[in-house]
Design a protein around this ligand. Structure first.
Ligand SMILES: [Zn+2]
Length: 173
């Protein structure tokens, strides 16, 4: 019996605490001291797909590694987003809706791929890259803000000179 009690009162890991803040859980423990520790560790950048630095993390549906895929929007969400953008209907409210849906998907991602989230949080820097030319309306910016909620420092968009033509974006199956 004593053993069971010990397990239940074990303190939560710091990432659990902050992801619960992210998803609006009010019953979580708050450990403000740890926030400072985390934010002084990971620095988050965003960039266009042509960025090639060592800290690059491709977070598109076309990413070939499971780490990046954990942060990609679902095909369903991506398809509707691209359709709106193609038709010039990506209004502020449509963007906010996309943002809410993507945030929900990231909540699920955290539940299903916790080790991946922790691995990224443990890095010194990361640059989330995507095809979109407008960083303000791209999930890389939303993801950076989610990581800010988790205690990371968000530095912003890298200035990347791109000579590549971006062709992959509209090739949705
Ligand atoms: Zn994008």
């Amino acid at each position: 019996m004593l053993l069971i009690v010990t397990i239940w009162v074990r303190p939560e890991r710091q990432t659990d605490v902050y992801i619960r803040r992210l998803i609006g859980c009010t019953n979580c423990w708050t450990k403000k001291g740890l926030l400072k520790t985390l934010s002084s560790t990971l620095r988050v950048y965003t960039a266009r797909i042509s960025y090639s630095g060592n800290d690059r993390l491709n977070i598109t549906r076309k990413a070939n590694d499971p780490v990046g895929m954990a942060f990609a929007p679902s095909w369903d969400l991506l398809r509707s987003f691209l359709r709106l953008r193609r038709e010039g209907k990506l209004t502020d409210s449509a963007w906010l809706q996309y943002r809410a849906h993507y945030t929900n998907e990231m909540q699920t991602s955290y539940e299903n791929h916790r080790a991946i989230w922790c691995r990224v949080l443990d890095r010194k820097t990361v640059t989330f890259v995507c095809f979109c030319t407008n960083a303000a309306q791209c999930h890389r910016t939303i993801l950076a803000e989610l990581f800010r909620t988790l205690g990371a420092g968000v530095i912003g968009e890298r200035d990347v000179e791109s000579r590549k033509s971006i062709t992959g974006l509209l090739e949705v199956p």
